[in-house]
Design a protein around this ligand. Structure first.
Ligand code: SAT
Ligand code: MN
Length: 587
């Protein structure tokens, strides 16, 4: 039968010249079949999957990638639109025609003697307005298995694709993993991504960053909705009501820990809905609603432990239906190991690239970006509202950054426009600058710098326009868990103690407490953040909220420099906020 899906498969088969086509159906039997294939095949000299100790990590497998293929490659990632200005200075750009010639040359015959896995999948809640129908082809069984965890793969997607002419196409081959031939090309105007030469999550699981953020941010811009790099949580308060929050943080700021936070207050429970991506709609009632389009977590292993993230550890040990994958961690006795998971280093540890670990000569045993891929259904705090076809109504949005100075622990924006302004200039210290130096800040607006599939100037305008289309807006908050004292020590304990800040946010949303107006927004009045049981002296608390004019002079100069990259694409309202900020600080 000639269906849209069959036509696509035929085209791909001719292009790649694969020896076999396998169309995925999402069944349990299929998982077993693919795992067996992965256990019995090698790439270079590495077995693709190795079964892990069932008692410690049930239904879990270990994967070691090529050492040159362990993270996203932003410099090899392109947004290919007809007009360069549409992609903006925030994206690498090539003309679509040229990009396709390049990619088709790489794809040609790339699956000779290989199986081509056809992955029909749904992003978003099926049969809801969030649903998006997608298909990806790949020659990597590891990618195929990962997609089964992260998205809704199977027959349901096939019938939806065949009944709708519009669906996303992802074309992927790992090739020979030569970094010189590695490219991730996005074609937002054609609902298409082509990716070659990498098997790493963000480069290869095309439903994730490539589709659900880069392509969908563009679709959202055209259609009036948002695809954001945000977690979604529900905070259950003492009267039983649940308040829903979104939070955007650049990488290495504890986003996943916040998504699975175990509150220190017994009467405040945190429910998890998503740890990476939120699709946001304006509902008929004039409020923002959000849903997580994914079905799994692709989380960083190092630093995850029963102390820092007990809910994630339970998720990893609570494996039921979907196999869990561990990639590039260290391993001993068929148990995955990473820095932070336990205090002592096992004596027979094998490091992430397969050698016996030697503490004195090796760097970390697990790669710092080693990951687990685990089903969200294992998560003990998964909110029943995760399944709600309308999404959940959002009362607050937190924008976080990693700054050793300048930015206070928490601040509530005065209004929507000011909140969008603060989010548009948020930045984080790159790791080399984390020792307290000012100046090495990567501006990462809304934590979307690597993921916005169009011009950030247009994106800011899209955010501002929300206020014209809504009846009730969420409050916007700016957070920074990482402020340091003069001895270069973190002032705030972070992790579970962040629930103290969450509680303040909820009290502000519920209008239960007053706040002090400052140059940048509302700061907590003394005594309104619950510090019970914390051992921080008043002087340090003051420092957490200090707005230092000298630091803000530098900050404002950096913001001006950042904005100037976008020329007149920066909305007038945001330029006015910047002017106002200068006036307030008398600069
Ligand atoms: O693979 S992801 O892009 O989701 C994670 C990351 O590298 O940031
Ligand atoms: Mn992310």
């Amino acid at each position: 039968m000639v269906t849209p899906l069959n036509l696509f498969i035929k085209e791909m088969k001719e292009l790649f010249q694969c020896s076999e086509v396998y169309i995925m159906n999402g069944t349990q039997k299929e998982a077993e079949k693919l795992i067996t294939i992965a256990q019995n095949s090698k790439f270079d000299d590495r077995v693709i999957l190795k079964k892990l100790n069932v008692k410690e990590y049930p239904n879990s497998y270990y994967h070691r990638s090529n050492p040159n293929d362990v993270s996203r490659t932003e410099d090899l990632t392109f947004v290919c639109t007809n007009l360069k200005e549409q992609a903006g200075p925030n994206n690498n750009w090539i003309k679509p025609k040229i990009a396709k010639i390049k990619m088709l040359k790489l794809f040609k015959n790339a699956m000779k003697n290989k199986i081509m896995y056809v992955i029909p999948f749904i992003m978003g809640i099926p049969d809801s307005k969030y649903e998006k129908n997608c298909v990806q082809v790949t020659d990597s069984v590891y990618v195929a298995l990962s997609m089964r965890i992260m998205t809704r793969v199977g027959d349901q997607a096939i019938s939806k694709i065949n009944n709708n002419s519009e669906f996303f196409k992802g074309i992927h081959s790992i090739g020979d993993l030569n970094p010189k031939k590695r490219f991730i090309m996005h074609f937002p105007e054609e609902n298409l991504v082509m990716s070659f030469g990498s098997g790493y999550g963000g480069n290869a699981l095309l439903g994730k960053k490539c589709y659900s953020l880069r392509i969908c941010s563009y679709l959202g811009y055209k259609e009036g909705w948002f695809a954001e790099h945000m977690i979604i949580i529900g905070v259950q308060i003492p009267n039983g009501k649940i308040i829903y929050l979104l939070a955007a943080f650049p990488s290495a700021c504890g986003k996943t820990n916040l998504a699975l936070l175990e509150s220190i207050f017994k009467e405040y429970k945190i429910w998890t809905l998503g740890d990476d991506i939120a699709w946001i709609n304006i509902n008929e009632d004039g409020q923002l609603y959000a849903a997580n389009p994914e079905t799994g977590f692709f989380g960083v292993a190092p630093g995850t432990s029963f102390k820092t993230n007990p809910v994630m550890m339970k998720t990893l040990k609570n494996n039921k239906f979907f196999p869990t994958l561990f990639t590039n961690t260290a391993i001993y006795n068929d148990i995955p190991w990473w820095e932070g998971v336990s205090d002592n280093i096992p004596s027979n540890l094998i490091n992430w690239y397969g050698k016996k670990y030697c503490k004195d000569t090796d760097g970390p045993a697990a790669h710092p970006n080693s990951r687990f891929t685990v089903s969200i259904y294992n998560c003990p705090t998964l909110s029943p509202e995760y399944y709600n076809p309308n999404g959940v109504p959002i009362s607050g949005i937190i924008f976080g950054s990693r700054r050793s100075n300048t930015i206070p622990l928490i601040c509530e924006a005065k209004n929507w426009t000011n909140g969008v302004f603060m989010a548009s200039v948020m930045g984080s210290e790159t790791t080399t600058a984390s020792n307290g130096s000012i100046g090495n800040i990567r501006r990462d607006p809304m934590a979307m710098l690597p993921f916005c599939g169009y011009n950030l100037g247009d994106y800011f305008q899209h955010w501002l326009n929300v206020s014209k289309r809504t009846k009730k807006l969420p409050k916007i908050f700016i957070a920074n868990w990482f402020r340091k004292d003069k001895n270069n020590k973190f002032i705030w304990p972070g992790f579970r103690d962040n629930s103290r800040v969450i509680k303040w946010i909820i009290d502000r949303i519920n209008k239960k407490i007053d706040a002090n107006e400052s140059e940048i927004g509302f700061l907590p009045k003394r005594g309104t953040i619950d510090l019970n049981g914390l051992n921080i002296d008043n002087e340090k608390i003051e420092l957490l909220f200090k707005l230092d004019k000298k630091e803000w002079i530098i900050e404002i100069a950096m913001i001006e420099k950042f904005y100037s990259k976008f020329g007149d694409k920066i909305p007038k309202e945001l330029k006015n906020c910047l002017k106002e900020l200068k006036r307030k600080f008398k600069i």
